[in-house]
Design a protein around this ligand. Structure first.
Ligand code: SF4
Length: 333
């Protein structure tokens, strides 16, 4: 499926055709143009021949059925992964990929080992959400995708234009109508793009993959830190907060004997003191390179940060049995 072809096909058609197509594709979630009886048969045939609605995907469900992973084969044969997490209370969060592979080679991340193949287009990002909406419809779920996080394969800010365009499409009232506040973009710390993002005047959430409290360790875990050291990244975060007055989520993977000591908690508290941030401690999912921190160490780390007045949450792992957890995408493909 290649949604970008739609605009070309609909050029020259009256404007209400676009609305009919949007209704069919994004709201009614049709998978065959023949079902769209509001369109003339001739146009349906052109659409069927030039823009079939099939998404080529293999879908895997975790044993507890709460997490699903899809391996999508794109038109050019490249493959990407996307994840659906179904939470209590009909909240459905989709984690989307923004690139095929990733150039940043974070040492704890399976995607990073692939290298970058190419950027995704805005339509290819939106198609990931479309796929999950179709799955939810098939499963008989009451609601559709409610939240989207850009935390899958790739660094979103290295594909900035397409990512922003995809956010606008997801946000579009005539399409999925997902509120900006329900969309989060996670970056490894591309400082100039954090500043640019601050100027976008959209209410999208920003998450920063921090994972270390100092440059020495962070550069070992995330080589991008040698280009944008912590001082520069934190300045960009300050700028973002000043401009938007929005809280930034700092993500911190808890890796045994690497970044989980009390000294490191102390350093982290100093780094973040006084900033409008929240720390999210994430249980590490093994990808061969490291081991997860022990729960008693995570607790001590969390307690220390909380005592220092920081807001801290803890994300438990899910989808590990289908390799859909953080840092595991692309491990088997
Ligand atoms: S953690 Fe994110 S930025 Fe780092 S290599 Fe993996 S996908 Fe790329």
């Amino acid at each position: 499926m290649d949604l970008s072809k739609l605009n070309k096909i609909l050029k020259g058609e009256p404007p209400y055709r676009q609305q009919q197509v949007n209704q069919a594709v994004f709201i009614d979630l049709v998978t065959d143009w023949d079902e769209v009886k509001t369109l003339p048969q001739k146009l349906r045939k052109v659409l069927q021949d030039n823009c079939p609605l099939e998404i080529n995907a293999d879908i895997f469900h975790s044993q507890d059925k709460k997490t699903s992973k899809a391996l999508i084969t794109l038109e050019d044969g490249n493959k990407i992964e996307t994840v659906l997490m179904q939470h209590e209370g009909e909240r459905h969060t989709v984690c989307v990929s923004s690139q095929v592979g990733c150039s940043l080679a974070c040492t704890f991340c399976a995607t990073g080992r692939l290298g970058l193949k190419r950027n995704l287009t805005a339509d290819e990002i939106v198609e990931q959400v479309l796929l999950w909406n179709r799955v939810l419809k098939q499963l008989g779920a009451k609601d559709r995708v409610t939240n989207v996080v850009y935390m899958g394969m790739g660094e979103p800010f290295l594909n900035y234009t397409a990512v922003l365009k995809s956010i606008r499409l997801l946000n579009d009232k005539q399409g999925f109508n997902i509120g900006a506040r329900k969309i989060s973009v996670s970056t490894s710390g591309i400082a100039p793009k954090i500043k640019k993002f601050a100027e976008e005047k959209m209410q999208i959430n920003l998450a920063l993959s921090l994972h270390a409290p100092n440059d020495e360790l962070r550069s070992k875990l995330m080589p991008i830190n040698t280009h944008f050291p912590l001082s520069e990244v934190m300045k960009a975060v300050d700028f973002y907060i000043e401009k938007t007055n929005r809280k930034v989520m700092c993500e911190y993977l808890m890796i045994a004997e690497v970044n989980d000591s009390l000294e490191q908690a102390e350093e982290l508290a100093k780094l973040l003191q006084g900033k409008l941030v929240m720390v999210n401690l994430i249980a590490y999912n093994p990808t061969n390179a490291y081991r997860p921190a022990k729960s008693k160490n995570i607790k001590a780390f969390k307690d220390y940060l909380t005592k220092q007045g920081l807001e801290v949450s803890q994300r438990f792992t899910f989808g590990q049995d289908i390799k859909a957890a953080c840092g595991q995408l692309a491990l088997e493909n």
